[in-house]
Design a protein around this ligand. Structure first.
Ligand code: SF4
Ligand SMILES: [Zn+2]
Ligand SMILES: [Zn+2]
Length: 324
């Protein structure tokens, strides 16, 4: 089959949802356009932004970093080492190699050094790894962004991720989560940095194809903690529908984002899309938070959610030690 764009080269990527098939060069053009359109539609990024790209070593985040660098944005990568045996070391290597090939050194946060490696923390306080991980990652996104003078944090969530999250939120009528699910979460005076998802129009298959065709070496294994994640079930369900009716996923998510959708609130609240966040900045109008008595981050509680979590882990660790 010939490429639908140049009509000369053989097509390498088939995109039924766009009624198109492209050769590698034309696919790159298509892909960059999709990212540009995603950024433009909700003004996710401005040319002067300093962008902190959160990279896990997986395809989506490395492709995001690559495409933003190529588009001329000032970017640095942040890698959070979750302390997962084997997997964390392998993904960290991929991030380091990717960055080195582009003359960069990623910023690395090691959760073991921070006293809260995810698997051990989850065992200690009998909580789901992913819930702890979410709180901890958001804490460091804000902290590193504030300390490094970044104006925005970008993550590699793609259309499959966002569609699956939307389906889950709808099935459980999580109204507060629905109100905050958006590719653009504005900054708040309390030190919460702006968060954006520039790949929201791009499917997982498209990032995989882009990564493969560009020779990006990423970690192919999933995080071992994700094995029973319910989001995978929602992803599968949407994939099933997408296979039968190509284009449904983008219509589903784009329709949700439409300002005329009554499910959307008039304003997007400056908060994480799935929970409490800790900011690093001085308080401002609209409620004046104090400083966390432990780490100094701005919070409305005496101690921020991250420090409370860390303290619970520390206490349980001590108790276990005493028992043995
Ligand atoms: S699957 Fe869970 S533990 Fe693994 S990176 Fe994602 S949120 Fe964190
Ligand atoms: Zn072509
Ligand atoms: Zn704190």
């Amino acid at each position: 089959m010939k490429c639908k764009r140049c009509r000369r080269a053989e097509a390498a990527v088939d995109l039924p949802s766009h009624h198109a098939a492209f050769c590698p060069d034309c696919f790159f053009v298509f892909f960059r356009r999709q990212v540009r359109e995603g950024i433009r539609r909700y003004r996710l990024l401005a040319p002067g932004d300093r962008v902190l790209v959160c990279v896990s070593g997986g395809k989506d985040s490395l492709v995001l970093w690559d495409v933003l660098m190529e588009a001329g944005y000032k970017t640095e990568g942040l890698y959070i080492d979750l302390g997962i045996e084997g997997y964390s070391a392998r993904s960290r290597e991929k991030v380091a190699a990717f960055a080195a090939a582009r003359g960069k050194t990623p910023i690395v946060v090691e959760l073991a050094k921070e006293g809260i490696p995810i698997p051990e923390a989850a065992r200690c306080i009998r909580m789901q790894e992913c819930s702890i991980c979410g709180t901890v990652k958001r804490y460091f996104f804000n902290k590193v962004a504030a300390e490094g003078g970044f104006s925005v944090v970008a993550t590699g969530h793609n259309l499959d991720d966002e569609g699956a999250r939307l389906l889950g939120n709808l099935l459980h009528w999580q109204r507060d989560h629905l109100a905050r699910q958006h590719p653009f979460l504005p900054e708040a005076g309390t030190g919460l940095v702006r968060k954006v998802k520039p790949l929201w129009r791009i499917t997982e298959m498209e990032t995989a194809a882009y990564g493969f065709l560009k020779g990006i070496d990423y970690v192919t294994e999933e995080c071992p903690m994700s094995l029973d994640a319910t989001s995978l079930v929602y992803k599968e369900a949407l994939s099933l529908i997408e296979d039968k009716m190509p284009g449904t996923r983008i219509v589903f998510y784009q329709g949700f984002l439409d300002a005329s959708n009554p499910l959307r609130q008039a304003t997007v609240e400056p908060m994480a899309d799935d929970g409490e966040e800790t900011g690093f900045g001085k308080g401002s109008a609209g409620g004046v938070p104090g400083a966390c008595s432990s780490c100094g981050a701005s919070t409305f509680a005496q101690v921020c959610s991250f420090c409370r979590l860390k303290e619970r882990v520390r206490e349980q660790r001590e108790r276990r030690r005493e028992k043995t």
